[in-house]
Design a protein around this ligand. Sequence first.
Ligand SMILES: *Cc1c(COP(=O)(O)O)cnc(C)c1O
Length: 223
Amino acid sequence: MSPIAENIIRIRETLPAEVRLVAVSKFHPAASIQEAYDAGQRLFGESRVQELLQKQQQLPDDIEWHFIGHLQRNKVKMIIPFVSLIHSIDSPRLLAEVNKEAACAGRVVDCLLQIHIAQEESKFGFTVGECEAFLTSGAWREYTSVRICGVMGMATFTDDERQIRAEFDTLKRFFDRMKRACFPEEDFFTEISMGMSDDWPLAVASGSSMVRVGSCIFGARIY
Ligand SMILES: *Cc1c(COP(=O)(O)O)cnc(C)c1O
């Protein structure tokens, strides 16, 4: 069995059945994705638009492609025809653009709101406060070609497990609060995308519904 297949099977064995595994294939060739596919993996995450378009054309049609990286508004249109979940909506303007292009394409596109939970500086992501204000304003309800299915976050890159746990717990509590306040009846607000190669077991313990794992499956990325 290939190392990629072995890694996928090993992670699947430890992951609770209800937690989905997004295999993050950015910077890895289509052949590596095919190996994972042959081991039964159908869900892949990419973070660059051009790379995603190329791979989508080369690889089987039943792959579910998730976009996980920073998305520029002028590139939204290119992924709308086939993307199945965008994890990285980091502003109301980006959500509006996705809504507009999804409407043009006659689709309803599933999205997650990216929340900045780490201590590190980052240009991307809503703060908890900004996201709460946006959701409680109800402004998003006019966007009928997107569905807000939950939240995504990344913990600080650190060895301090207590800090990582605290950040994941913050995201989980925020999700629960927004679910009660804004989506009490909606059956689609269900996703908490958190956990990467170094911290996915902690994320699962904190209530992740979807982990995004790259290097633990495909090996180190060569940039
Ligand atoms: C690259 C990336 C991942 C995967 O990172 P690994 O540490 O290789 O598992 C997960 N989420 C996002 C948003 C990424 O950009």
